[in-house]
Design a protein around this ligand. Structure first.
Ligand SMILES: Nc1nc2c(ncn2[C@@H]2O[C@H](COP(=O)(O)OP(=O)(O)O)[C@@H](O)[C@H]2O)c(=O)[nH]1
Ligand SMILES: [Mg+2]
Length: 192
């Protein structure tokens, strides 16, 4: 679970894994949560790593990527600076992984605060197109869209993990992303 501070990384994680809203969560706590998800007839055991957040002082560390299958890039729709920070966080992530793509989902949180919205849905869609990943808006407070966040990411992870013969593109035209070889472990997904 990546993103700037106070955008709701912990709140979205806990909404998905424990189906409750935590109004106050210590910002420095980094913890791993578990959830089970059912998608397209397949059951997934998800491990979600809540991070303390990425900013100028705490960049994404290579060791944080060990065993992680996909990433949530979270901003708050009420905070334009948090949205603008996503590009940098994404670049840091890809350069740390040493690849030009990895399963990610771009997520705008806090859509229950519509009156305070600063980042439009279209802004989010445009950035997701630029980052080449799915886009979801959600609210950890109401729970709206939260399941969709993780389903979108599981689809992105599953798409990358498909065995080579099931991938519809020609390898010459579209090389597979480097750094994370295809895996047969479809049942367990670790998300950061
Ligand atoms: N209204 C509203 N508040 C939220 C939502 N998600 C998080 N918050 C609040 O935003 C603040 C930061 O949330 P937190 O999960 O601690 O952010 P983190 O630092 O990114 O982990 C807390 O006061 C939360 O209660 C949401 O969807 N809607
Ligand atoms: Mg937190």
């Amino acid at each position: 679970m990546l993103g700037p501070s106070v955008v709701g990384k912990s709140a979205v994680t806990i909404r998905f894994c424990e189906n409750k809203f935590v109004a106050v969560h210590l910002p420095t706590i980094e913890d791993t949560y578990h959830a089970s998800a059912e998608l397209d007839g397949q059951r997934y055991a998800c491990e979600v790593k809540d991070t303390a957040g990425q900013d100028e002082l705490s960049l994404f560390a290579a060791q944080s990527s060990i065993g992680v299958h996909g990433y949530v890039l979270l901003y708050s729709v009420t905070d334009m600076a948090s949205f603008e920070a996503i590009r940098t966080i994404n670049l840091q992530l890809l350069s740390t992984l040493g690849c030009n793509s990895t399963p990610r989902v771009l997520v705008g949180n806090q859509i229950d605060l519509e009156d305070l919205r600063k980042v439009s849905y279209e802004d989010g869609e445009d950035l997701a197109a630029e980052l080449n990943c799915p886009f979801v808006e959600c609210s950890a407070l109401t729970g709206q869209g939260v399941t969709d966040v993780f389903h979108s990411l599981l689809r992105a992870i599953d798409g990358q993990m498909m065995p080579a013969e099931e991938v519809a593109v020609e390898p010459e035209e579209e090389p597979q992303p480097q750094g994370q070889p295809p895996s047969q472990h479809h049942g367990l997904c670790t998300i950061s």
